[in-house]
Ligand binder design. Structure first.
Ligand code: NAD
Ligand code: UDP
Length: 324
């Protein structure tokens, strides 16, 4: 049997974090979930609370934390545009002070630490699809910069700790991910479209819907993240994790309407400032180094996600920030 590790997951009650906690608990590891519940709620990890190998701590990673662990998955950070723009200074602090605190913790424990970075480090890309050696086109002073530049600075910090202190680090650049337990009021496109379709509201299309994204199903992503942490080659990354299957936002709306059996009605809204025109990961490196690629089609993933949205009571969810 594989060695049982003590693993800290920051942002562990969130959409991706709670799924990662579930996978790691199932593998038999001792998992500590740390979260300040800004964009999540306890119900995401409720089924884990009675497990002997799971522990939940309410804590904000902007403040120091002292724990003894073997591995850290650093996921704490608001991820949806509406969430990270709500308090941009706090978002930047979470990426900077939060990363420094978690890197310090990992250094003291000699733990391996993985940073959840993002495709946003490429900004509104001029290279398509985006490989890891593309340095990006980010507006450093725009409304998305608290997130984009915060994540870029966090990558720099991780690499400096690696070079300076020889720390075992990992960096994954996550592209748009969706699935069950995404916050129904996070304002992201998949949750908005499904919720709107199921409640009979018009679909909020920003701009003309010709901008593209590539959506990865949660289970595929979690598999990639764990493979990256576990790779024995000391491959530190950064590595792109995402599904290269690209479509326009209008095509996504049509697919959601088809799968929910609803008639398409649009509420046309302006395209937010600095909204990237296109995005698609080049996953050659992940295939080569991690032998990883997504296996869930958008149609299958959306069907499972819609099923989950049908099963929840929206009144049990509080929008973390005002909605568009
Ligand atoms: P999420 O908002 O569901 O999860 C983030 C979690 O971090 C939440 O539980 C939130 O309460 C917590 N958090 C935020 N600030 C914190 C702080 N200062 N201290 C402690 N906890 C804090 O978002 P997600 O989609 O699960 O994203 C998880 C990570 O993956 C984030 O770092 C995000 O930047 C990254 N990522 C996600 C996507 C995506 O498509 N979902 C894409 C790229 C990168
Ligand atoms: N979008 C949209 N309607 C919505 C929410 C988002 O048309 O209700 C668009 C948004 O402008 C962007 C894309 O969908 O082009 C993805 O947005 P999201 O906020 O999910 O993530 P992003 O990739 O921009 O961080």
């Amino acid at each position: 049997m594989a060695k049982i590790k003590r693993i800290l997951v920051t942002g562990g009650a969130g959409f991706i974090g709670s799924h990662l906690c579930r996978c790691l608990v199932e593998q038999g590891h001792d998992v500590i979930c740390v979260d300040n519940f800004f964009t999540s709620q306890k119900s995401n990890v409720a089924p884990l609370l009675n497990k002997p190998n799971f522990e939940l701590i309410r804590h904000d990673i902007v403040f120091p934390l002292f724990l003894e662990v073997d591995e850290v998955y650093n996921l704490a950070c608001p991820a949806a545009p509406g969430h990270y723009q709500y308090n941009p200074v706090k978002t930047m602090k979470t990426s900077l002070a939060g990363s420094i605190n978690m890197l310090g913790l990992a250094k003291r424990c000699r733990a391996k630490i993985l940073q959840a970075s993002t495709s946003e480090v490429y900004g509104d890309p001029e290279i398509h699809p985006q490989p890891e050696d593309y340095r990006g086109s980010v507006n450093p002073i725009g409304p998305r910069s608290c997130y984009d530049e915060g994540k870029r600075a966090a990558e720099a910090l991780f690499m400096d700790y690696h070079r300076m202190h020889k720390m075992p680090i990992r960096i994954v650049r996550i592209f748009n991910t969706y699935g069950p337990r995404m916050h129904p009021f996070d304002g992201r496109v998949v949750s908005n479209f499904i919720r709107q379709a199921l409640t009979g509201e018009p679909i909020t299309l920003y701009g003309d819907g010709s901008q593209t994204r590539s959506f990865c199903y949660l289970d595929d992503l979690a598999e990639g993240i764990i493979r990256m942490m576990d790779n024995e080659e000391n491959f530190v990354g950064p590595v792109n994790l995402g599904n290269p299957d690209e479509l326009t936002i209008k095509e996504l709306a049509e697919l959601v309407a088809e799968l929910t059996g609803t008639k398409l009605q649009y509420a046309e809204l302006p395209l937010p400032l600095d909204d990237p025109c296109k995005r698609k990961p080049d996953i050659t490196l992940a295939k080569k180094k991690l032998h990883w690629q997504p296996t869930t089609s958008l149609r299958d993933g959306l069907t499972k996600t819609i099923e989950w949205f049908r099963s929840i009571n929206l009144e049990h969810y509080r929008p973390p920030t005002p909605m568009y």
